[in-house]
Ligand binder design. Structure first.
Ligand code: AMP
Length: 282
């Protein structure tokens, strides 16, 4: 595995890999867990070579968020990726990604509004901007993202389509189902912030979500199911709920009732100062 942290050597490395067959990109912020490694394995199944980026993107963190304390463990991550057969690790510093004078922002309307877009103003501009740059830097044939970040996946698909990006094309953005711990909690680099008590209570999130989906399918109104979910989280050790909503799975529009089109339940809630997100198909 080759590790590069400047754009010129990246271009040279990428050209050599692409000459050898399809190249897949897995963008990450590091602190890698089984969720990330599942994306890497899926990428290896689909392409001749896999490039992974590790970049804690300052533009997607709000002023009062956890940028400063976000876990950074490049040496351990690098060993994990090497063992998975990754060909290229792209690990730039912020000053390489956003050099002095950097002035461009990408903003995706519609799917970015509401949910995490409302709770974290500017977050999806930061995501769209860095992912567009990563796509232009690596020019992968395909790119893999976790369904864990369902709204992010929708934003990236929209951006790729709207900007007519060629590498990857919109239909080569692959979503990978969420990988969970044994008790159902979605794997996340932020789970490391949880105290043992909070970690145990956090399992109430997927449990309460499954109960809300079952209630909605039994014919309970979506508002009732959302209200019950909210109460279950606050009763289960969460200190606040940013949102707990049934939405159209593709457009992310609010739903009054379940219909013919796929629906998704999306939640963001805080426990012990850590904000967790999760989503499930209905
Ligand atoms: P992050 O490092 O949190 O930015 O995540 C990098 C990529 O891994 C994103 O596409 C995430 O959606 C994906 N990812 C994170 N956690 C999981 C998980 N538990 N299961 C599947 N994919 C995940």
């Amino acid at each position: 595995m080759q590790t590069v942290n400047r754009v010129d050597p990246l271009r040279t490395a990428v050209a050599a890999l692409r000459a050898d067959g399809p190249l897949a990109l897995v963008p990450t912020m590091g602190a890698l867990h089984e969720g990330h490694l599942t994306l890497v394995r899926e990428a290896r199944n689909r392409a001749a070579h896999v490039a992974v980026s590790i970049f804690v993107n300052p533009r997607q963190f709000g002023a009062n968020e956890d940028l400063g304390k976000y876990p950074r463990q490049l040496a351990a991550d690098s060993a994990l990726l090497e063992a998975e057969g990754v060909s290229l690790l792209w690990a730039p510093e912020a000053a390489v990604m956003y050099p002095a004078g950097y002035a461009t922002n990408i903003s995706v309307a519609g799917v970015s509004a509401g949910l995490c877009g409302a709770a974290r103003p500017g977050h999806f501009d930061g995501v769209a901007t860095v992912v567009c740059k990563l796509f232009n830097q690596v020019q992968p044939d395909l790119a893999l993202f976790g369904e864990k970040d369902w709204q992010q996946l929708a934003v990236i698909r929209r951006m790729t389509r709207d900007l007519d990006l060629a590498a990857p094309q919109a239909d080569a953005i692959v979503g990978v189902p969420t990988v969970r711990e044994a008790d159902g909690l979605a794997m996340s680099s932020r789970n490391a912030f949880l105290s043992p008590d909070d970690r145990a209570n956090a399992a109430s999130l997927p449990k309460a979500m499954r109960a809300a989906i079952a209630a909605a399918k039994r014919g309970s109104s979506l508002t009732e199911a959302e209200t019950a979910l909210n109460s279950a989280l606050l009763g289960g050790g969460f200190s606040s709920v940013d949102y707990a909503e049934f939405r159209d799975a593709a457009s992310l529009e609010r739903l009054e009732r379940l219909g013919d089109r796929p629906a998704r339940l999306l939640v963001a809630a805080r426990i012990g100062g850590t904000r967790l997100i999760d989503n499930m198909p209905v």
